[in-house]
Design a protein around this ligand. Structure first.
Ligand code: BGC
Length: 461
């Protein structure tokens, strides 16, 4: 059973759904430039996306109809502050305030993410996250958020998936800004980003108009045990928080480096040794700034990988069989990650956890009967949520679950190729069609998980 006050929600991000109507006086962000460079699948862009900025009233009405009572969404930094700092765009503040009031009118609790990858272009031109001033730029933005929205919103999340916007954006280059920097620069960026998180927490608390709750939403694949033998569990736990599992060209896929400083006030010892040649100066004051008290931890969890103890006593990866289940975008379907992920995180960080994202892209189509039948999504969610339920029943403090995502949307470098939504979007007409999974999820929310085919033996080997 899920606790009575368990939060069932959906998640989204601004750039993926809003559209970029020039009338709004927004400033550009690094994704606009990335789109212009032609680096998106099929030459797609986010000019219209789901046109949510003009349709949010209908979208929230639909959300209410579908029984969803919590919504995690993001604000666009350069929509609110076109230059990243300085003048505030009143139109953007008015729109977001109206959005929040509209969702609240419909019984939907807002969870506001400050940064979901849209770094202001004007500030990128001044060095972006590599410039140490980014700590104050982001802090200033957080102050503007607190001043303008904290009277009507109570839950705030600083950063979405630093592993991705740092690693994919600045190390492998597949996401905006799309550069491949040397490792030392990426460690500097990471340190600045973590400090910016801390500064934002300080500013949010200082300028908030009511007591607010603040969290953080990192991500990473989950190392989970191949069997439930204690030695495999220990092997998986050690790999999940290890620093030595990835080559340096890929080092940002790391849980401990991004979460230990935030929740424990220190970088992992192992990483400090291993990464020593690349590290910037790290002071005691920096660590204090990063380690601000938080009310909850968020974690975006989509999948994981098997680990067991090898014959030599060391952890080893276990290959997946050729017919292992995969999503439409080729991600493995590994429900157990929702059990082991939250369990390992809770053991280490001791904070209530929200799954701030989890979901699946499917090859959804409109059927002859006009509906969108997506049994694969229902099966995926049913299995994943059953594993989450197991964690809850074993005492892990899981506060809520935000399904990614409400509307099909602009899936970053993959454009509109992937459909992650509970609601199908026909882009040429902007028509919304709730998929079968939306009605199924409505029952999950209504019955507090009572319709899940929860099997206690499901994940065990
Ligand atoms: C991101 C979302 C994205 C989703 C599916 C997450 O990494 O936060 O913005 O759409 O995964 O790829």
């Amino acid at each position: 059973m899920f606790p009575e006050n368990f939060v069932w929600g959906v998640a989204s991000s601004a750039y993926q759904i809003e559209g970029t109507d020039a009338e709004d006086a927004r400033g550009e962000n690094v994704w606009d430039a990335f789109v212009r460079e032609g680096r998106i699948y099929g030459g797609h862009n986010a000019d219209t996306a789901c046109d949510h900025m003009h349709r949010y009233k209908e979208d929230f009405a639909l959300m209410q109809e579908l029984g969803i009572t919590s919504y995690r969404f993001s604000l666009s930094w350069s929509r609110i502050l076109p230059d990243g700092v300085g003048a505030v765009n009143g139109k953007a503040v008015a729109m977001y305030r109206d959005m929040i009031l509209e969702m609240k009118k419909r019984g939907i609790t807002p969870y506001v993410t400050l940064f979901h990858w849209e770094f202001p272009l004007k500030l990128y031109e001044k060095g972006g996250w590599l410039n140490e001033e980014s700590v104050e730029w982001f802090g200033n933005y957080a102050r503007v958020i607190a001043e303008n929205f904290s009277d009507i919103a109570e839950y705030f999340i600083t950063l979405n998936e630093p592993q991705c916007f740092i690693g994919l954006g600045h190390l492998s280059g597949g996401h905006a800004p799309g550069v491949k920097l040397e490792p030392a620069k990426v460690f500097q960026i990471t340190h600045n980003v973590l400090k910016a998180h801390g500064r934002a927490v300080q500013m949010l608390r200082q300028y908030a108009k009511q007591p607010i709750k603040i969290g953080y939403a990192p991500t990473c694949g989950v190392a989970y045990p191949y069997t439930e033998r204690p030695e495999d569990i220990e092997a998986a736990r050690s790999v999940y928080f290890a620093c030595d599992r990835q080559p340096i060209e890929n080092w940002t896929w790391n849980v401990a480096w991004f979460s230990d400083p935030v929740f424990l006030g220190r970088y992992p010892e192992e990483g400090l040794k291993l990464f020593a040649p690349y590290l910037p100066e790290i002071t005691k004051e920096d660590m204090e700034l990063i380690h601000q008290p938080l009310d909850f931890m968020g974690q975006n969890i989509y999948n994981g990988y098997w680990i067991r103890q090898g014959a030599d006593g060391k952890p080893e990866y276990v290959d997946r069989p050729a017919d292992f289940p995969m999503t439409a975008c080729g991600w493995p379907i590994t429900p157990e990650c929702l059990y082991w992920g939250v369990r390992f995180l809770y053991e280490r960080y001791h904070l209530p956890i929200y799954i701030t994202e989890n979901g699946i892209s499917c090859a959804d189509t409109v059927a002859q009967d006009g509906a969108v039948h997506d049994p694969g999504r229902i099966e995926f969610l049913d299995k994943y949520l059953s594993c989450l339920q197991r964690a809850v029943e074993e005492g892990v403090e899981v506060a809520g679950y935000f399904l990614w995502t409400f509307l099909d949307n602009f899936e970053w470098e993959k454009g509109y190729k992937e459909r992650f939504g509970l609601v199908y979007v026909d882009y040429p007409t902007q028509k919304r069609i709730p998929k079968d999974s939306a009605y199924w999820y409505r029952e999950v929310c209504r019955t507090n998980g009572g319709n899940l085919t929860y099997r206690k033996d499901f994940p065990k080997r």
